[in-house]
Ligand binder design. Structure first.
Ligand code: CP3
Length: 395
């Protein structure tokens, strides 16, 4: 595991009290009290924190203007654009977190892989990885590989920077989801080649997944050191797997990725969010990886999800992104239903959609959702349900 910020000479096994650099929002205290971090720890909040996956993107006219004539990956490696695009939804909607504008394939591109993000399609890989030589060529990620990306994180989160007290969520793609793009060569409905490799050549699969887990873990760690206050690991396509296969073939690698920042969780209270789509049957297994927050897609009500995820874990979700297209009264009723399910769940709750904002969404509806969630008012601490983090609440 790579620890880029571990000072030289730091004795192993003797963690320093402060791992994040001076001036980091969590060290300077700018984001420590943010509702996102409080809710992730199951503590009382003045209002439920809310942000949206894909809040920075095509639903915003100011985003579309900025991206005219600039390819997606080019934008991701241009710090000024990343800063502005990441800030746009925070400015417009008043969300409680910024999600870093980037993509799950950015670290792979930074490692020199020939891949592109094709509009309307997604990541496309020129030479898919399907054999031992391809896997062996995947080297570890280093800070220098993603220097412009980290510069953007620093610019966003520095004292006096645009985000101020709003926490930045860094992110990475989880091993299965990244592997699927690399093995299939692009988006896939059935992940057939990926599964063929997992089931047919388990040793090669574990080698690939381990390399991707370390790349993802390093990328999360680098974003935290540069100024992010929370991280999300996107295992978007994990729902394609039966729970037993997820447990045997994927979970150990998700753990590796999450463990890469375990010391920052312990020392600074950084929350780790784990999210996937169609993961109702996987929530218990996924949650055993130890993330502080479990992302829940829109198919499972939050109170049902609470019965599946590990004690003490908070929940994130889960308004169906398609609901944003419905008339205002229907949106409002569904937002209330999510908040009510969260109250029944008795867990820390971060309001979000059950997957990313659809490009045709009306941004005004998203702003109205933020206002409604905030207007719902204070939330007490989650009852101590066996989780170490939860304060004893009034319930
Ligand atoms: O606001 C945010 O969520 C921050 C940025 C973000 C992007 N991609 C920007 C983006 C995040 C967190 C991602 C993660 C990502 N990328 C995931 C996991 C999240 C999920 O949706 O499950 C996945 C699977 C990808 C791969 C990927 N990149 C896809 C499927 C697409 C969509 C292709 C398309 O055009 O429909 C992309 C491109 C992409 N990533 C866009 C954005 C804003 C759209 C490209 C554009 O605006 O030109």
């Amino acid at each position: 595991m790579i620890h880029p910020a571990t000072p030289a000479g730091q004795p192993h096994g003797d963690p320093p009290p402060q791992l994040l650099p001076a001036g980091h929002p969590l060290v300077a205290g700018r984001t420590t009290q943010a509702p996102l971090l409080q809710a992730a720890a199951g503590r009382a909040v003045p209002h439920t924190p809310v942000w949206f996956m894909r809040q920075a993107g095509r639903s915003l006219p100011e985003y579309r203007r900025l991206r005219e004539g600039v390819a997606m990956l080019e934008a991701c490696f241009t710090p000024e654009l990343v800063v502005e695009i990441t800030h746009q939804p925070v400015r417009r909607h008043g969300v409680d977190a910024a999600i870093f504008f980037s993509d799950i394939v950015v670290p792979l591109r930074a490692l020199g892989l020939d891949l592109d993000i094709v509009p309307g399609v997604g990541p496309v890989v020129a030479e898919p990885i399907r054999d031992a030589a391809g896997v062996a060529a995947l080297r570890p990620l280093e800070a220098d590989d993603v220097a412009p990306v980290l510069e953007a994180v620093t610019l966003l989160t520095a004292e006096g920077g645009p985000l101020g007290a709003t926490p930045l969520i860094g992110f990475a793609g989880a091993p299965f989801t990244l592997a699927s793009y690399l093995i299939e060569g692009g988006p896939s409905r059935d992940h057939a080649r990926t599964k063929a490799l997992m089931y047919g050549e388990p040793a090669l699969w574990h080698d690939l997944a381990d390399r991707l887990a370390r790349i993802a873990g390093t990328f999360l760690r680098l974003q935290l050191l540069a100024g992010a206050s929370a991280v999300q690991l996107f295992d978007s396509w994990a729902g394609a797997l039966p729970a037993a296969d997820y447990e045997a073939l994927v979970l150990p690698h998700v753990r590796t990725a999450l463990d890469s920042v375990q010391d920052l969780v312990a020392a600074h209270g950084v929350p780790r969010i784990l999210f996937g789509v169609g993961t109702g049957e996987l929530l218990a297994t996924m949650s055993s990886a130890g993330s502080e927050v479990m992302g829940v897609d829109f198919r499972v009500p939050l109170d049902v999800a609470a019965e599946r995820v590990r004690p003490g874990a908070a929940l994130q979700g889960n308004l169906d992104p398609a609901v944003v297209m419905a008339p205002p009264a229907a949106v409002s009723a569904r937002v209330d239903a999510v908040l009510a399910a969260a109250r029944r769940a008795g867990r820390g709750h971060v309001f979000n959609l059950g997957h990313g904002v659809l490009p045709d969404s009306d941004p005004g509806v998203l702003t109205a959702i933020v206002e409604q969630v905030h207007a719902a008012g204070p939330v007490p601490a989650a009852p101590a349900d066996g989780g170490e983090q939860a304060d004893p609440g009034p319930w």
